[in-house]
Design a protein around this ligand. Structure first.
Ligand code: NAI
Length: 339
């Protein structure tokens, strides 16, 4: 059995934290042969809830769990950590403008990024879940520089990816793992572009063709993709709130686990989606944290972008609109001096 891996979860006293901790302790993220040591970072208001979760973790008697520590100090929380799940964020309050939201979160992700730069392990990788996730990742990466390469910071769009796969699987009446190479392009927001142009079924049939076959033609398939599939995926968060009376929690935790597991241990069939630091791929301005198709070999090098895919005019337009939103968020946090 290997040495325990230190994992930090911020916002551990919150809803997603509660759904994440037990699955990590059970080995769902790194596998049943990797012991874990958990560090829970909270603010004083969230500390009692995190303490309660820590008591329950003890009561789980998880064989892989080698300790749980709670703190409200990022320098302690990230000390020697190899995997950071940045979940805690400032939600949009009543009357809060977008600029206020970005500023409040810059005040969280700036210091956390700086602490990761100062004290985390050499192999640290961080995924930002807390919204606005892409721009929070940009801020954390900028604050961790130059000690940690920006590429070590990613943001979660795997929930959007999984939502897209879930919709297609239900519509085509196939198992989710029969669908490969769906892509979420852009921002984790309503402007995201869930793209099935490259998606295939396990028998090799393009997903777009399978949809056309079901609906009796290509035009009907295009209409379904534009008017049903895309808005359903992009607005799924709002649908969950409406139906469940609370935001996505277990599915978000599940996606965070998928994201880290694939990054650490490798993707299997085809690619997945993650928001990664752009090096100009697909014309995305360098430095933006943008959702792109990625693979990982599980060799410690993290996610690598799949390049050279083509867009049609509609796809390019949708992607460009989401990238423009990311650029506007970056400009806003630049004005605040956060990046
Ligand atoms: P929650 O409000 O239940 O929990 C957030 C926790 O973070 C609270 O316990 C709070 O005390 C803590 N927190 C706030 N500031 C902190 C700081 N500076 N350091 C450490 N902890 C801090 O919220 P929930 O439902 O767990 O969601 C967390 C975040 O995840 C939200 O920003 C939400 O919008 C986002 N989210 C992102 C998704 C994605 O796909 N990227 C999907 C679903 C949610």
């Amino acid at each position: 059995v290997s040495e325990p891996t230190t994992i930090t979860i911020t916002g551990a006293g919150g809803q997603i934290g509660y759904a994440l901790l037990f699955r990590i302790a059970a080995g769902d993220m790194l596998g049943a042969d990797r012991p874990v040591r958990l560090r829970l970072l909270e603010i004083p208001q969230g500390m009692r809830a995190a303490e309660g979760a820590a008591l329950e973790l003890q009561d789980g008697a998880f064989p892989l769990l080698r300790g749980v520590e709670l703190t409200d100090d990022p320098r302690i929380a990230f000390d020697g950590t190899s995997i950071a799940l940045l979940v805690g964020a400032r939600p949009r309050g009543p009357g809060m403008e977008r600029g206020d939201l970005l500023a409040a979160n810059a005040g969280i992700f700036g210091p956390q990024g700086a602490a990761i730069g100062a004290v985390a392990a050499d192999d640290v990788r961080a995924v930002v879940v807390g919204n606005p996730a892409n721009t929070n990742a940009l801020i954390a990466a900028a604050s961790a520089a130059p000690d940690v390469p920006a590429e070590r910071f990613t943001a979660l769009t795997r929930l959007d990816h999984n939502r897209a796969v879930g919709q297609l699987a239900a519509f085509l009446d196939v198992a989710p793992d029969e669908i490969a190479d769906v892509i979420i392009w852009g921002n984790h927001s309503a402007t995201q572009f869930p793209d099935v142009a490259h998606a295939v079924l396990s028998d090799g049939m393009p997903v777009a063709e399978a949809i056309a076959e079901r609906l009796g033609g290509r035009d009907a398939a295009t209409t379904w993709l534009d008017e049903v599939f895309l808005p359903r995926v992009a607005k799924r968060g709002a649908e969950i709130i409406e139906v469940r009376g609370s935001s996505s929690v277990a599915s978000a935790a599940n996606a965070a686990i998928d994201h880290v597991r694939d990054e650490q241990l490798g993707t299997h069939r085809g690619w997945t989606s993650a928001a990664v630091v752009s090096h100009g791929e697909y014309g995305v301005p360098e430095g933006l944290v943008c959702s792109l198709p990625v693979v990982s070999r599980g060799d410690g090098a993290g996610y690598r972008v799949i390049e050279g895919l083509e867009f049609d005019a509609r796809g390019r337009r949708l992607f460009d609109a989401s990238v423009a939103e990311l650029a506007a968020e970056r400009d806003a946090v630049r004005e605040l001096g956060a990046v």
